[in-house]
Design a binder for this molecule. Structure first.
Ligand code: ATP
Ligand code: MG
Length: 163
């Protein structure tokens, strides 16, 4: 399916905003991109990737007043969507493993939660199936940021390259 990224994100963010604000989580979406562009995606699968990533922010960010900030940017021929939370963060030595299947940090802390450790492995596969990448950066006690990068469709690439 061919989508226009602005409208796609606005719709998706509207859904999450509603769900999260009902749970008293602060949620912000910012579009920092000029213009618009087309992406070829499977809507359901990309939605699922977001669900897994945002779901984690909610699940692990229980101790303080949680904020989730999402930004849309364009960098050359890719769309970059950052999902940032102010949750507990992930220790640097654990960070390389979080996309592995069944990997969970500190399963003691979260043993009461129904989790398999598959969410991020699946999210990464879904993004990669679109020719994109999923990466993470995190600082303990401060928060975590997941970056979803998705390629812009070829015929869109030159039009707005100078913006
Ligand atoms: P599942 O998603 O299958 O229910 P899970 O959430 O444990 O289980 P992943 O989503 O793959 O599995 O996440 C792996 C681990 O990375 C989690 O167990 C958690 O420790 C850590 N993690 C993921 N996202 C965050 C986040 N936003 N903040 C802090 N820790 C996180
Ligand atoms: Mg998860």
């Amino acid at each position: 399916e061919i989508i226009c990224i602005r409208a796609f994100m606005e719709d998706l963010m509207e859904e999450f905003k509603f769900e999260l604000e009902e749970r008293n989580i602060k949620f912000d979406y910012h579009n920092k991109m000029a213009g618009d562009c087309e992406l070829f995606i499977d809507r359901k699968r990309i939605n699922q990737a977001f669900k897994n990533i945002i779901g984690n922010a909610v699940k692990y960010g229980v101790d303080k007043e949680l904020m989730i900030n999402i930004t849309l940017k364009r960098k050359d021929n890719v769309i970059v969507i950052d999902v940032e939370d102010n949750g507990p963060g992930i220790p640097a030595d654990k960070l390389p493993y979080i996309f592995n299947r069944f990997y969970r940090i500190d399963s003691e802390r979260t043993k009461d939660l129904m989790s398999t450790g598959l969410g991020l492995a699946i999210a990464k596969e879904l993004v990669q199936a679109h020719g994109g990448t999923l990466s993470v950066s995190s600082i303990e006690q401060e928060g975590t940021c997941f970056s979803i990068k998705l390629p812009i469709m070829e015929n869109n690439r030159n039009e707005r390259g100078l913006e």
